[in-house]
Design a protein around this ligand. Structure first.
Ligand SMILES: Nc1nc2c(c(=O)[nH]1)N[C@H]1C(S)=C(S)[C@@H](COP(=O)(O)OP(=O)(O)OC[C@H]3O[C@@H](n4cnc5c(=O)[nH]c(N)nc54)[C@H](O)[C@@H]3O)O[C@H]1N2
Ligand SMILES: Nc1nc2c(c(=O)[nH]1)N[C@H]1C(S)=C(S)[C@@H](COP(=O)(O)OP(=O)(O)OC[C@H]3O[C@@H](n4cnc5c(=O)[nH]c(N)nc54)[C@H](O)[C@@H]3O)O[C@H]1N2
Ligand code: SF4
Ligand SMILES: [Mo]
Length: 706
């Protein structure tokens, strides 16, 4: 591969001329406002968190503070390439953009003629959270009738559980965390995954003596900062939540007036909770009765409690019901009534964007294939293919499915198919790009224009092009337009620039004029506070919070599909025992929680992140290690019926016996034997509407044979 020669490492350069406002493009709820030093028209310097943004408040994570090392990395892809070796071998030759586009157009048209348009699957996710570059592929997809994608990999489970209660995906402005008496950080590890939550939670403690509660399955850096640490068994959150509600009712701490005015609370639900005792939940969660009662009393006596509900705890087979059960606690104490109280998961229901300029005509009749089941789909599973033609071509942008999707061995087998034509548009030679027939070089966020959303706060931010791209790297917008021209979809190949698409989308969404918006850098979509706390009613026809969810109504709101028998869903907020069962053959429960300086599969190439994360490790309790005769630092193999993976053992006191944690999506090649952690994760769709249970796998563990 060619190396960048014109961009020396920047941190050494003198501070320069100007600083520009931008926004972090990554798939992180914080969506930080950034101030970026511009050294010259090809070079950035320091990246800092904007001090005048109320949510960012001058704080960003270390990986993005060092972004210059990613933009100016010597391994960036600079030219289009054609594979000349075997798939995955890594042998490519440089070709021109014209050659690449001609070949893509020709192959796509041939495949369409022989198998139909649905045999082509544009496959994009959230490597960039800019809507023009992330979602523009839909314009081409819809115009051609290529296969749609059913989005399950990240938010399907959690959003479904949240909407089942409130009816809408919004909540109390997270800046208000600083005004609460108790901040409950549940199933998210913000020190790793969205640092700004900590800024506001810690402010509440400093300024008002608020307590911070953390609910997790291992002692994370976030839990280290908690006043109350609730270390529970994976998948047991529903039991904890129900027992807390039991205690609140039992001890007169529920807000009966609020239950009557704002919820569907019923005698039947109260009777249901009567059997969900702290003793019952102690068995399931591993907590003591005192811990459960202590937590219930803390929030019951401090109804100005703010529940920050994460994604992580929903990556379980019972994750949607656990989200709904945890969300039911703030309703039980009337937390929503109080400024500084309530709940928040994502604000994505508040954007009100009209995006047809980007995504084109909606409502294509083509089948929607499950993003997380790419392995089954590429291996010809008729049910996963929905009875349609095989997938013969993939057009991949902003995602690295060879690393991030579950059931990896199946995924790999699919990508290895000789008759699969794969196009990957990337910034680096990822393990997915290695499987491509054609690799196209992509720009980074400072090299193109876009606007960004992510659900962690209330603002939509604009990030302009600040420097020129290296080599022949091109934005997604360019690639989509050019491919459209090659496959007879000229009408969707807009002459508009990425900036013009942002401007048009802002106008159509009643956000206002981009020139004006650019002066401040954002549009604030905060709902009026009363509305954010559902003071006039939750987003159901009768305005009542649902302790007894109508999952079918939630499905319609989500535009989702059932992946289980609807009768399987519990009637009320509850705990259901759906996790992958442990057995003598697979006695440990594995979670695969994100690492601090990787972002999904991104940043694995930057020196700072590589140094901090080191080799892939498995966190295990000393008692388990002793039983298995394993020592700290031992090479271990962990496996299940899906495959096996090698890691280095790290003894860790903050994990329960029987539970092991592998942090971070290290590349396969970083593991001995070349298989990474998603080899062990199932792709069976999680009830009720699909999704991958990344933190829910049963595994065996043994010393590796050298
Ligand atoms: N540094 C970094 N930041 C990231 C990411 C990254 O990979 N690295 N990924 C980004 C993306 S795409 C997303 S969606 C968000 C996700 O961010 P989060 O919402 O924080 O989700 P996770 O990090 O998956 O998991 C959070 C915590 O949940 C714990 N957990 C797992 N199972 C359970 C359970 O059953 N119950 C409870 N109570 N806890 C459980 C995990 O151990 C972990 O500590 O983070 C984003 N930010
Ligand atoms: N085991 C396990 N697996 C997981 C998770 C977990 O917790 N555990 N988390 C899951 C979650 S929550 C998510 S969201 C998924 C994330 O899965 P992905 O969205 O695939 O992950 P990323 O690494 O964020 O981004 C993928 C790629 O996008 C590329 N990219 C960035 N910007 C651009 C651009 O402008 N143009 C183009 N063409 N490419 C670009 C990056 O270089 C990167 O290689 O992973 C999931 N996988
Ligand atoms: S990755 Fe998250 S915390 Fe880091 S700068 Fe981006 S938005 Fe902020
Ligand atoms: Mo995600």
């Amino acid at each position: 591969m060619e190396q960048i020669t014109e961009s020396p490492h920047l941190m050494n350069k003198p501070a320069l001329a100007r600083t520009a406002r931008s926004v972090c493009p990554h798939d992180c709820p914080s969506t930080c406002a950034l101030d970026i030093e511009i050294v010259d028209d090809r070079t950035i310097g320091r990246v800092r968190g904007a001090k005048d943004d109320p949510y960012t408040a001058g704080v960003i994570c270390e990986k993005v503070a060092r972004y210059a090392e990613r933009v100016h990395h010597p391994d960036r892809l600079l030219y289009p390439m054609r594979r000349i070796g075997k798939k995955g071998e890594g042998a490519f030759e440089r070709i021109s953009w014209d050659e690449a586009l001609d070949e893509i157009g020709r192959r796509f048209l041939e495949i369409e003629a022989e198998y139909g348009a649905e045999a082509i699957w544009p496959y994009n996710y959230a490597g960039t959270m800019g809507h023009v570059q992330r979602d523009g592929l839909d314009r081409l997809r819809h115009a051609k009738g290529y296969s749609n994608k059913y989005d399950t990999i990240c938010v399907m489970i959690s959003w479904s559980g949240y909407i089942a209660g409130t009816g809408m995906l919004t909540g109390v402005n997270p800046e208000q965390m600083a005004e609460s008496d108790c901040v409950v950080i549940w199933g998210t590890n913000p020190v790793n995954t969205q640092i700004n939550v900590m800024t506001h939670a810690v402010r509440a403690r400093r300024e008002r003596g608020a307590k911070i509660v953390v609910v997790d399955i291992y002692r994370t850096a976030t839990m280290e900062q908690a006043d109350m640490a609730l270390l529970i068994r994976p998948g047991s959150d529903g039991a904890l939540a129900c027992a807390v509600m039991h205690v609140l009712l039992r001890d007169g701490l529920a807000d009966r007036a609020y239950l009557a005015s704002h919820t569907d609370f019923s005698a039947d639900f109260e009777a249901h909770l009567a059997s969900r005792t702290p003793q019952w939940a102690a068995e399931i969660t591993g907590l003591s009765v005192e811990e459960i009662e202590g937590f219930a009393h803390l929030v019951g006596e401090n109804p100005k409690s703010y529940f920050r509900l994460g994604y992580g705890f929903t990556r379980q087979r019972n994750g949607a019901t656990n989200m709904h059960a945890a969300l039911s606690i703030p309703a039980m104490i009337g937390a929503w009534k109080h400024r500084g109280g309530g709940a928040f998961h994502s604000n994505s229901g508040a954007w009100g964007l009209e995006k047809s300029a980007i995504t084109g005509k909606q409502g294509s009749a083509a089948r929607a294939l499950d993003f997380s089941r790419i392995g089954a789909i590429l291996n010809g599973d008729a049910e996963a293919l929905k009875g349609g033609p095989p997938v013969k071509a993939l057009l991949i942008q902003n995602t690295n499915p060879m690393v991030v999707t579950p059931d990896h061995d199946l995924t790999r087998k699919g990508f290895e198919r000789d008759d699969l034509f794969t196009v990957v548009h990337e910034q680096f030679m990822t393990e997915t790009a290695m499987m491509a027939d054609i690799v196209l070089p992509a720009t980074m966020f400072v090299e193109h224009n876009d606007y960004y959303t992510r659900g962690g706060h209330t603002r939509v931010l604009y990030g302009p092009k600040l420097i020129d791209a290296p080599g022949e790297a091109r934005p997604n917008h360019f690639v989509i337009n050019e491919i459209a021209k090659c496959v007879g979809a000229e009408t969707v190949a807009t002459e508009k620039t990425d900036r013009e698409l942002v401007a048009e989308t802002f106008l159509r969404s009643d956000y206002g004029d981009l020139d004006e918006i650019e002066k401040v850098g954002f549009v604030d979509r905060a709902l009026p506070d009363e509305k954010a706390r559902f003071a006039d009613g939750f987003a159901w026809p009768d305005g009542k919070y649902r302790f007894a969810p109508d999952w079918e109504a939630a499905r319609i709101k989500r535009g989702a599909q059932w992946t289980c028998d609807p009768a399987q869903m519990p009637r009320f907020a509850d705990y259901v025992d759906w996790n992958e069962p442990v057995s003598d053959d697979a006695p440990f429960r594995l979670t695969t929680s994100p690492a601090r300086t990787f972002l999904n599969s991104t940043f694995i190439e930057t020196p700072g992140s590589k140094k901090r994360e080191g080799e892939p490790k498995l966190l295990m309790h000393a008692q388990d290690a002793a039983q298995l005769n394993l020592e700290d630092g031992a090479a271990v193999t962990i496996g299940n019926h899906r495959g096996s993976v090698e890691l280095t053992l790290k003894l860790f006191v903050g994990v329960r016996p029987g539970v092991v944690v592998a942090e971070g999506l290290h590349p396969h090649k970083a593991h001995r034997k070349g298989r990474g952690i998603n080899t062990l994760i199932g792709s069976d769709p999680v009830p009720p509407f699909g999704g991958a249970a990344f933190h829910d796998a049963a595994v065996w563990i043994k010393a590796s044979q050298s």
